[in-house]
Write a protein that binds this ligand. Structure first.
Ligand code: TYD
Ligand code: MG
Length: 456
């Protein structure tokens, strides 16, 4: 019996007929026909063996010892996962092609201690993986790292059954194919089916499974939200390919907080953990230039000192250019409008370029005060001294607003040897100022920044 259905490429919702617009996600022209043929009878054989029968248990009888965590060999990765890899969990690692997903998980497979790992690749050959492993220079390498190049899930299950690995890595979910379905690898129905089969395997055997998933151009996981429901943890690997820095961000975690993140640097011999991110995000400079300001930004639970650079110059063409790297351009335009209105700064005829150092993208609104300072510094061409930093949000009336966890930000700036930090005066309430060496400069309004920075 052959049957076909239509799937939305964007959200994975299913329909029996083609539609121009997906009723679930509202995207246009995303429906695709896929042949799904499923013989129910063979399903029982094809799924991995159930070990033991299921039975209801009283909650107090369930012991947490059944959920030991495995340490991945990378403290940054363990942190993001909430303290290590949970047995029987299924972890989706998404990211753009070439960002380093295969490298990270192969490195983990080689570094994890005393654990049998099966790395299944549908994208690279044994020899290619060996070459990569050589390049990673991890010593001593885990002798129990097995490589399998296979894409049929039923075959993979047979090997897992025989080898009994303690961790399985699938590179990537888009290359897998289940014999139960006729549609091609990478189609929505295949991705759904293969992920469901692996979920079944993870839950019945308690083997943790990493699934690598490619991301489509618009930033969503290909085959997309359907997978996010199925898996326990969604990690996103991001970074600018032209820079070495990579961030593993947790988008969903059933076993820990989602505010953790791990920072890595891509080197010639693989990924290296960055335990002290502020060091790399501050550009090394000997001279002071105008247009540069340092902001104390929170990413997840970590504070980072990030350099923002602005360049304000007279527009050469009729329409001034505005561009921002690592920051939302609409928010930059909003800040420019505030400066124009509140500080009477004539920025309307100026080109404004903004760049966040290190190639990372910042969403924390506490960076706003730093950005405004950088723009002002460039506009009037007076440098800000390198030992000054900023942490504040800007309101539309030019008021400097309080930000969350100010103490943590001040402590980081203090630790790194900054001598003053600009912040909102509303943040001072209840703050234990004596414990810091750094000078706190409270601002109520953006105009007050001139008095401190640019008056002489
Ligand atoms: P890869 O892990 O293949 O990316 P993905 O699986 O996400 O598609 O990583 C690819 C990039 O990483 C590649 O462009 C080369 C670079 N790289 C290094 O810079 N150093 C290394 O040691 C390795 C293994 C890769
Ligand atoms: Mg890869």
């Amino acid at each position: 019996m052959s049957k076909s259905t239509f799937f939305c490429r964007n959200c994975g919702s299913q329909a029996s007929k083609w539609m121009g617009r997906c009723p679930a996600c509202g995207e246009w022209n995303t429906f695709e026909e896929e042949v799904i043929e499923r013989t129910i009878k063979s399903k029982g054989e094809a799924l991995p063996n159930l070990t033991g029968k299921s039975a209801p248990k009283q909650i107090q009888d369930i012991s947490l010892l059944e959920m030991p965590r495995i340490h991945s060999g990378f403290s940054e990765l363990d942190n993001v996962l909430g303290g290590g890899i949970v047995a029987g969990s299924i972890i989706l690692l998404g990211g753009e092609p070439g960002i380093g997903k295969s490298t990270l998980l192969l490195q983990m497979a080689l570094a994890v201690k005393g654990c049998k790992v099966l790395y299944v690749s549908g994208e690279e050959s044994d020899a290619q993986l060996k070459m990569r492993a050589e390049r990673l220079r991890i010593a001593p390498q885990n002798p129990d790292c097995f490589i399998l190049t296979e894409t049929i899930t039923q075959e993979i299950f047979k090997h897992i059954d025989a080898l009994k690995p303690q961790i399985v890595v699938i590179d990537s979910i888009q290359t897998l194919q289940s014999n139960l379905l006729d549609s091609g690898a990478g189609s929505i129905s295949q991705i759904k089916e293969c992920a469901a089969e692996f979920q079944h395997l993870a839950k019945t055997t308690a083997i943790p499974i990493f699934l690598i998933g490619h991301i489509t151009k618009d930033g969503s996981l290909a085959g997309p939200k359907i997978l996010e429901h199925i898996v326990d943890t969604v990690l996103q690997f991001e970074g600018d390919r032209h820079y070495g820095y990579r961030i593993v961000r947790c988008m969903k975690n059933r076993f820990g907080s989602t505010s953790e993140l791990g920072i890595f640097e891509m080197e010639n011999s693989g990924l290296r953990e960055v335990l002290n991110p502020s060091d790399i995000l501050l550009s090394q400079r000997d001279e002071e230039y105008s247009g540069s300001a340092i902001a104390a930004v929170l990413e997840g639970n970590r504070t980072m000192m990030i350099e923002t650079q602005a360049l304000v110059s007279s527009a050469v063409y009729g329409t001034p250019q505005r561009s921002a790297t690592g920051y939302d351009i609409r928010r930059m335009n909003m800040l420019l409008a505030v400066l124009e209105k509140r500080c009477r700064f004539k920025l309307g005829a100026k080109d404004v370029f903004l760049n966040i150092a290190g190639g990372i993208h910042v969403d924390d609104p506490a960076i706003n005060l730093g950005i405004v300072a950088a723009i002002l510094s460039s506009a009037i061409d007076i440098p800000i001294d390198a030992k000054t930093c900023f942490a504040g949000e800007m309101g539309l009336n030019g008021e400097v607003r309080a930000v969350s966890r100010i103490e943590q930000r001040i402590a980081e700036a203090d630790k790194l040897g900054f001598t003053r930090i600009f912040l909102s005066k509303y943040n001072l309430k209840g703050l234990q100022t004596k414990q810091f060496n750094i000078q706190l400069i409270p601002l109520g309004n953006i105009e007050e920044i001139f008095k401190h920075l640019f008056s002489d």
